[in-house]
Design a protein around this ligand. Structure first.
Ligand code: ATP
Ligand code: MG
Length: 883
């Protein structure tokens, strides 16, 4: 069975059990402050488990792209060294949202594995939760009673809380789980050790393939558990592991999920993959794995960068490059060559990668070029460190240094250790670990915040956003909680109906006020921001001690700062006009890679490989302003099925999480059609004016444009006009200031020429005067004088000119140049050779008189200082020295 068939059968199987098949969410988690990447199938459904929204169906199944490289699930360091953990993998899953429970989940899992996939029953083991007294959670008798008649007592393992109890976080839904493990060893090995003994023992051929989670409790902030009113099922099966089991392989990398990519790696490196633990084989696994994570992440809208998720992607890519560089001798970009094979392989399942194949390959290539350069620099630095240590007869590279190499040059400790070993040195691994831990502790501290339980105030059946149609609403509080974070204490409030737009899709959150009524009392609190958590819209109030007020308020009047919202909407609509104009002028490869839309300005990041020229910018600006003047009315369609939206020609933004229904914003169907959840002006004329304020590069292949609209653009123009009028006045040139400035510059150049000529003449005079003052002393010629020169360069020139005229000249010249004392010392060869004198040392000595320092060569040196009053003393000392 090919991997394609295996995936297909999974989805078909659950479709036949009335499941709705949905698309994978992007790798990058959106609107979830606790998660950087989607790391399990359930992540995109969190809201449904939390009761914050309604699922499109109570039974759902899909294959979800997952990435486990940060936070709670981080498998990065195992990848390559074992054969069944990946950074990015597919998780096949089926869900019940308050619908079926353990019985169906267990029966269907067994049916699929043994009847559809025909996995041998005597090679499967299942686990049930054994219970935890300390935590007051009981043994999962129900699951045991369901499994026992299917697999028999002997194939059931009792799992502890760590392996068999799932929790969403410190608080929230949780419950016991049943895992299914498969034993893939040879019959001889099985005869020696029973598979049951190897379950959960990190054996590479006895692995967990499927986890069935039964959500039935809710954990509260005080640690206690309460039963959930609606019970859910959440299952996750590792697709690559399943392929290994079905295809009878001993490693995920031997399945057809990976063999294509490994083939290309073999071609590029000229080596053959042997599946061993040798470094070269580990490296091929690392590369085959990492290229998936990096390509899919970029395909989902991320770009390697120095912060947050972008940094994680950069680190994964660099890990692969480093391994290739160290163990396969790949010193030229090679990861980029793997992209086409991968894109073709997944074209039908995850078309987003194929659609952006060239962009992804280019971003990766540019990253490789720059990192290979860094590696070169790092190697140089390491050579130098090793030479220094060897010079001092030391043989251990300090942990701090190893850490620094790691941090700044991306040199992992094992690469440093390897190179060190080749030179007969070692590294202080304990010191390195300590430095690493310290850094981790620092970043943990930065991220720490704590949230209390949600306090339910009023029961509602779902909350509603009404902000597209109104900026005020009469409503009431659904729930609130108190949160402690870097900003101090905040209250987060959820309203039944909210006109407040929560930050998302680049548009920042609304601010405003909430007027709360309790009996006769009316109080107003300020809303400083609105954020999204999954799909829940949360108002943020910065006031202290609001508990009583929030709990007792009987009604709430919510008022958005409408002026601010209007400016933000102007910038948002302008962003759409800009996007369309850029595609017109630069080409349809322009895809949005990020944006900021606030009341003050807009920022738009997009894929494009060269600078946008001034002419192109001018053209784009002209188009956008023309569209504004045309006053095109907004056409807003809500709840459009995604298929239909695509037919309308909507520019799909890769990496956005689109439900099955989307909102389509159109300004002229022939010009701008976008999927967008933001707020917009009723017609483009409201934008008033659009002006660029900047264009630049964000990272490889990504440009950034900044602009202002409406009153912001007007203020910008006014400021510039004011500067121009001021200049006109200063230059007394009411008409052509450019000409006036040009003639000012020409005049300045002419004057400078005159000044230079005059100074030159003066220095010549001075030189002639000085020539008469030179005295023979002890076989050489001596001149010690205070002179008047315009600058340090002239002083040096004077010394050299005199040397050219007079043989065997020893001179000390001092000058006060605009209040700063300056010295020059020149010595003849005779003094340097016979008396071992050195102009550099002499000038340093003399400079003490003027509180200064300097240096140079043995025959000529200069010094500057801060006390001109010491010049005469310096010259006197010079005279004494030169005899
Ligand atoms: P393991 O203990 O093997 O790391 P897990 O307990 O972390 O697995 P779950 O979080 O239950 O796994 O995820 C569900 C399924 O996803 C697992 O049964 C497994 O098949 C698969 N899986 C988990 N992590 C990975 C990974 N890093 N690479 C590939 N598949 C994975
Ligand atoms: Mg794990």
């Amino acid at each position: 069975m090919t991997s394609h068939e295996i995936r297909r059968h999974f989805l078909d199987f659950f479709q036949s059990k009335q499941h709705l098949i949905v698309a994978s969410a992007p790798l990058v988690a959106k609107n979830d402050p606790t998660l950087m990447f989607n790391n399990s199938g359930m992540a995109q459904f969190k809201d449904f488990f939390l009761g914050n929204g309604n699922p499109p169906s109570r039974r759902v199944a899909d294959t979800q792209k997952c990435l486990r490289v940060s936070g709670k699930h981080n498998d990065l360091e195992d990848v390559g060294f074992d054969t069944y953990h990946h950074t990015m993998f597919e998780m096949l899953g089926n869900w019940s949202f308050g619908d079926y429970f353990k019985k169906e989940a267990i029966t269907w899992a067994w049916e699929l594995l043994t009847e559809v996939y025909k996995l041998p029953k005597d090679r499967l083991y299942v686990s049930v939760f054994e219970g935890d007294q300390k935590d007051n959670v009981p043994f999962d008798q129900e699951a045991f009673d369901l499994w026992e008649p299917i697999v028999g007592k002997d194939r059931i393992i009792y799992g502890n809380k760590k392996d068999n109890f799932w929790e969403m976080g410190d608080t929230g839904p949780c419950g016991p789980c049943s895992e299914i493990h498969v034993d893939l060893r040879s019959p001889e090995e099985v005869a020696q050790t029973p598979g049951k003994d190897l379950v959960n023992a990190d054996h590479p051929q006895v692995v967990e393939i499927w986890n069935l989670v039964f959500m039935q409790f809710n954990r509260k902030a005080d640690g206690s558990l309460e039963p959930l009113p609606a019970r859910h099922v959440d299952t996750g099966m590792g697709f690559e592991r399943l392929c290994m089991a079905i295809q009878g392989k001993k490693s995920n990398y031997d399945t057809d999920v990976f063999t294509g990519t490994i083939g290309v790696i073999e071609e590029v490196s000229g080596m053959t993959y042997g599946g061993t633990m040798d470094k070269a084989d580990v490296t091929m696994r690392v590369i085959a794995d990492h290229i998936r994570a990096v390509s899919f992440a970029i395909g989902d809208g991320l770009v390697p960068s120095n912060a947050k998720a972008g940094y994680v992607i950069r680190r994964i890519l660099r890990r692969a490059i480093r391994y290739g560089y160290s163990y396969l001798n790949l010193t030229e970009p090679f990861m980029t060559k793997l992209v086409p094979t991968l894109a073709a392989q997944f074209a039908d399942v995850f078309p987003e990668l194929n659609a952006q194949r060239d962009f992804v390959a280019t971003v990766i290539r540019e990253e490789e070029i720059s990192f290979l350069r860094t590696l070169g620099t790092g190697l140089g630095r390491l050579d130098q460190i090793i030479a220094d240590l060897s010079g001092r007869q030391e043989s251990v590279i300090p942990g701090e240094t190893v850490f620094e190499l790691n941090d700044t040059f991306g040199f992992p400790a094992d690469l440093t250790a390897l190179i060190a070993r080749e030179k007969g040195l070692s590294i202080d691994d304990a010191g390195f670990q300590k430095a690493l831990q310290e850094q981790k502790a620092r970043s943990r501290k930065d991220a720490s915040s704590s949230a209390g339980d949600w306090i339910d105030v009023n029961e509602v059946d779902g909350t509603r956003f009404v902000g597209y149609d109104q900026t005020e609403a009469d409503t009431f509080i659904v729930k609130y909680r108190k949160v402690q974070n870097k900003q101090g204490t905040q209250y987060q409030i959820v309203l039944a109906e909210t006109p407040f737009y929560a930050e998302s899709g680049g548009q920042i959150g609304d601010t405003g006020v909430l007027v709360l009524t309790t009996g006769e009392q009316v109080r107003m609190i300020r809303i400083v921001d609105t954020k999204k958590e999954n799909d829940l819209s949360i108002l943020i109030a910065a006031d202290k001690d609001l508990d009583d007020l929030l709990e007792s308020a009987t009604s709430a009047h919510a008022v958005v700062d409408a002026d601010r919202r209007m400016l933000t909407s102007s910038n948002h609509s302008a962003t759409h006009l800009l996007h369309a104009a850029l595609r017109d002028v630069l080409g349809t490869h322009v895809a949005q890679k990020g944006s900021y839309v606030g009341p003050d300005a807009l920022r738009f990041d997009f894929s494009h490989f060269s600078k946008v020229t001034d002419e192109q910018l001018a053209q784009v600006e002209r188009i956008v302003n023309e569209k504004i003047r045309q006053d095109i009315p907004l056409d807003e369609k809500r709840n459009v099925p995604i298929v239909q939206a695509k037919e309308l020609g909507a520019t799909a933004l890769f990496g956005e999480k689109y439900g099955d229904f989307v909102r389509v914003i159109t300004f002229d169907p022939a010009y701008s059609v976008e999927l967008c959840g933001g707020t917009h002006v009723p017609a483009t004329g409201h934008i008033g004016l659009f002006k660029f304020t900047g264009e630049g590069s964000v990272s490889t292949g990504i440009r950034r444009i900044e602009a202002k609209t409406s009153v912001g653009a007007e203020a910008l123009v006014n400021e510039q006009m004011a500067v121009i009028s001021e200049l006109k006045e200063l230059l007394k040139a009411p008409k052509d200031i450019v000409k006036a400035v040009q003639s000012l510059i020409d005049e300045r150049i002419a004057l400078q020429k005159q000044v230079d000529a005059m100074q030159n003449e003066k220095v010549q005079q001075l030189k002639n005067e000085l020539l008469t003052k030179i005295q023979p002393v002890n076989g050489h010629m001596v001149l010690v004088e205070r002179v008047d020169v315009p600058n340090a360069e002239a002083l040096k020139q004077l010394a050299y000119d005199l040397k050219a005229k007079v043989d065997n000249l020893a001179l000390v010249l001092g000058a006060d140049i605009n209040g700063k004392p300056q010295l020059a010392v020149m010595l003849p060869d005779s003094l340097i050779q016979d008396k071992h004198m050195n102009a550099g040392q002499v000038v340093k000595e003399l400079a003490k008189n003027i509180k200064g320092g300097g240096g140079g060569q043995p025959f000529f040196a200069t010094a500057g200082g801060s006390e001109s009053s010491g010049l005469d003393a310096a010259l006197a000392q010079g005279k004494a020295l030169l005899g």
